[in-house]
Design a protein. Structure first.
Length: 109
């Protein structure tokens, strides 16, 4: 995954955030046996959440999916996001050179 944008409306739980995680060689990461987490920070830079995501089948395709939970999309604004995986005891962050932006748009009253 290179730097990307994901848009969702405040309070919505669909669509799921789905991304192909690319390794340093720009090929899909093999996520076999890897726990992958999604981390988001609020617009002011404060930590928002750290959640386990689903690795879709086949794990060699490098596709991770996060299914939103109640409260996850309540705070509007441009959130910084990244996926993290532990490979043989070593951390690898996706994307590894910038953040993705999760844009939560304000819901109309």
């Amino acid at each position: 995954m290179s730097g990307a944008y994901f848009y969702i409306k405040q309070g919505d739980l669909l669509p799921s955030l789905r991304a192909t995680l690319l390794g340093p060689d720009d090929e899909p990461a093999d996520l076999t046996g890897v726990e992958v987490r999604l981390r988001l920070a609020r617009p002011d830079g404060t930590f928002f959440f750290d959640r386990v995501v689903t690795v879709e089948s086949p794990p060699t395709a490098g596709v991770a999916r996060y299914d939103w939970q109640a409260g996850d999309t309540d705070v509007e604004g441009a959130h910084l996001g990244e996926f993290r995986g532990i490979f043989d005891g070593k951390l690898l962050t996706f994307p590894n050179y910038q953040h993705m932006i999760v844009w939560i748009s304000r819901r109309l009253p």
